[in-house]
Write a protein that binds this ligand. Structure first.
Ligand SMILES: Cc1ncc(COP(=O)(O)O)c(C=O)c1O
Ligand SMILES: N[C@@H](CCCC[NH3+])C(=O)O
Length: 413
């Protein structure tokens, strides 16, 4: 993985030895590369050069303020799914006027906050939400900018848990109903129609389903235009996958090409909401081997990171490459597991590793949906996060302290 490479027998993040980071900040620690973030962003910027387009970084993939701030400085907007994420955008120096707000369960409070901050657009996911939003906007004397999130019933060919654009999924409104709902929205003076939104799933490796969804979105836009509804933008969501193992992942430019071909000649601005493809391979989870344990059937490398730090293997049976920071001794085959009391607490199965107790390992592709999906299960404090920038290391989130985990709890009188 570029920016996380071996030098003289040990792994580095850019120009900093991971051993140095472990010594200074302890383990487990998420280590990010600023250069990797910038490069992933540049791939989108290059692919979209010359087009009217806006990237709205999907905050859910990694919501650390420093990471969001790197993107804000590069000019991105943000795709949020909660009032909490909106607060993060503001704390990270992001521009609310470049925010799109997705999610099926927006509360009145969240709507009020978003309207007060003047976000760019609500991606409305149901008729009920449309009416609630009109009511909240009226109570504030404001107009709410909206797009309808449409569900195009396209199979994105990814893991069923992260597929979002099928009839059976809870997201968006059926595309067949969208025209009627737009006409309804057009009658509500508290709403201002700005666009159409669509996001079909995550970790997509085939550009065809997104292009197919874009075709359906364009057909809807044309039908709306015929009814006098003009749109400022078409939002085709996020979804581009990354390489975790040996997948063939299209370059950003090649992934977007079929989609851009479908949109050729359209005058609306293109919005995209990438998350994983911007941060996924910009981070590793650095961890220490506590014990090597030989079982009758398997050997275990018990490390100090666990499913509470990186849930993806336990949740989706997801593969993350795991490597020794400094290989030594005889290689053996291990199940790499954490200390959590669940048999599902594994980071990798049957991995060849040349490690001894107290050695460091790096779990790759942990930049997206790592820290944001972490938990305190087993009263484990969340990991620290650091960002490497050339030869510098910045602590961007301190390791949690155990006493903070129960600070809000109270004994009975
Ligand atoms: C509405 C929406 N936009 C954007 C994203 C970001 O997706 P990804 O990280 O796959 O780019 C997601 C997550 O799948 C999403 O639900
Ligand atoms: N959390 C998922 C992605 C979900 C995308 C959100 N809609 C993952 O780790 O792959």
């Amino acid at each position: 993985m570029k920016h996380f490479e071996s030098r003289d027998g040990a792994l580095y993040a850019e120009d900093v030895a991971l051993e140095r980071i472990a010594a200074e900040y302890g383990t487990p620690t998420f280590v990010y590369s600023r250069a990797a973030l910038t490069e992933a962003h540049a791939a989108y910027a290059d692919a979209l050069a010359g087009r009217d387009a806006m990237l709205c970084y999907a905050v859910k993939s990694n919501s650390n303020l420093a990471i969001m701030n790197v993107f804000a400085r590069l000019g991105t907007g943000f795709d949020i799914v909660s009032g909490g994420e909106l607060a993060r955008v503001i704390a990270a120096g992001g521009d609310p006027a470049k925010v799109v707000f997705s999610g099926v369960g927006k509360t009145r409070d969240e709507m009020r906050a978003a309207l007060t901050h003047g976000i760019y657009c609500f991606n409305v996911e149901s008729e009920a939400e449309l009416h609630r939003l009109a009511e909240v906007a009226a109570s504030l004397g404001k107009r709410a900018p909206i797009a309808l999130r449409v569900n195009p019933d396209v199979d994105p060919k990814t893991h069923p848990y992260i597929s979002t654009g099928l009839k059976c999924n809870k997201f968006g409104v059926p595309i067949a109903d969208a025209h009627r709902i737009y006409l309804e929205a057009a009658k509500l003076p508290q709403l201002e129609i700005r666009g159409i939104a669509c996001h079909i799933g995550s970790q997509l490796l085939d550009p065809a389903p997104v292009a197919e969804a874009a075709g359906k979105v364009v057909a809807l836009a044309e039908a709306l235009n015929r009814d006098g509804i003009e749109l400022r933008h078409l939002d085709l969501g996020g979804g581009l996958g990354i390489r975790y193992d040996d997948e063939t992942v299209p370059a950003t430019r090649d992934y977007l090409a079929p989609l851009l071909a479908v949109l050729a000649g359209r005058k609306e601005r293109l919005l995209l909401e990438p998350g994983r493809s911007l941060v996924g391979n910009a981070g590793v989870l650095l961890s220490k081997v506590e014990y090597l344990k030989r079982g009758e059937e398997r050997n275990f490398a018990i490390i100090d990171a666990a499913m509470n730090d990186l849930a993806r293997p336990a949740l989706y049976d997801a593969y993350h490459r795991i490597a020794e920071v400094r290989p030594r001794g005889k290689a053996d085959i291990y199940d790499v597991v954490g200390p959590v009391c669940e048999s599902g607490d594994f980071l990798g199965r049957a991995r060849e590793l040349a490690v001894e107790q107290e050695d460091l390992v790096a779990i790759f592709s942990a930049g997206a949906y790592g820290m944001t999906m972490s938990s305190n299960y087993n009263t484990r404090a969340r990991a620290a996060e650091v960002m490497v920038d050339g030869e510098s290391v910045h602590l961007i989130r301190a390791r949690e302290r155990i006493e903070d985990l129960y600070a809000g709890e109270r004994l009975l009188p």
